[in-house]
Design a protein around this ligand. Sequence first.
Ligand SMILES: Cc1ncc(COP(=O)(O)O)c(C=O)c1O
Length: 419
Amino acid sequence: MFRVHRENHYFCVQIHNLTDKAMRHLSERLNRLAPSATLAMSQKSGEMKAQGIDVINMSVGEPDFNTPEHIKAAAAQAIAENYSKYSPVPGYLSLRQAIVDKLKRENGLDYRVEEVLVSNGAKQSVCNVVQALVNEGDEVVIPVPYWVSYPQMVKLADGVPVFVETGFEHNFKMKPEQLEAAITPKTRMLILCSPCNPTGSVYSKKELEALAEVVLRHENLYVVSDEIYEHINYIGGHASMAAVKGMRDRTIVVNGVSKAYAMTGWRIGYIAAPEWIVKGCNKLQGQYTSGACSVSQKAAEAAYTQGQECVEEMRKAFEKRRDLIVGLLREIPGLEVNKPEGAFYVFPKCSAFFGKSDGERVVNNATDLALYLLEEAHVATVSGDAFGDPACFRMSYATNETQITEAVRRIAVALMKLK
Ligand SMILES: Cc1ncc(COP(=O)(O)O)c(C=O)c1O
């Protein structure tokens, strides 16, 4: 049998260091949410750094590169030209046209500008879609390991996350049989992330076609295809679910400039989807946040319409780092290390260390291990628990090669002490 796990949203109230007053006075909806574990780890390592401790932060989910100069210049020009008023809720027409052109040029997809909605980062894009399509009690299939925010967004919409475990031995990819087994009459959505955060796994066109066959057998099922790491791909040829035959009208493509153009702080993401879904999200966004930052939109337009060399330069640097970190981690006895095909994370299996101790300190799970590595090796990572896989931990290699080498050296020393 496949392992499918449903979360009953009525019983998943989580208490995360909330005071009594906060528990009573904050909404139930909010108290149900878990805080972001990745941001929490970054914060903890930041606090240690502030105390003068030399912490290497491998917990962050953003490129260490600066935004390319021509994109910054476009933003400066937009400021000078007084792009300082509210933008249209779905984004400037010129940016949406640039996105339409990008989808055609890079993905072979045909969309109209009315089928594109720009938001404050791909995070808001996913959240909008979940709010727009999921009713109370609707089920949303999420392959494990998953990006931390997906289940929380589903819970915020009173939906029920249904987790499908993929596993290290299957390169963390969901098989069509597993998807079929997870679907019930209540299933409304599948959230698929390729290249994947946290594993770096990439679905091929063939693998997507096999999943699409299942999706197309269920008429109320939609796929949110999170392609934010599209350009950080080491096997070549990104495949989009929307390009699979029959899937364009069943897919909501999510993408943005954060990772490909080192623009995480600019907060520009988008969806490309059937017009009725875009209209629904537009209505929601119109009441919630309005259009995304005007200056950032002009910067994103430059990112899509000007030279793409910067994207390839950064991709190559990430690939070199991927090879370095995977090689070094594989030398550590007891760690099992996947070879990511995209994104900038590696997700080693560390369960061989569970039950071991360093003096008084016992490591019973991945959360203990991540804390041990932070306090003993001064390397910040993120426990696999946050991504639904408690046998692993995530390291981001969006940092320079010297830091990567030193971080892995420290981890090796610390893990060797566990007996
Ligand atoms: C899988 C995934 N989707 C979406 C996002 C959000 O990206 P953005 O910065 O565009 O909101 C992230 C950011 O970490 C991510 O890892």
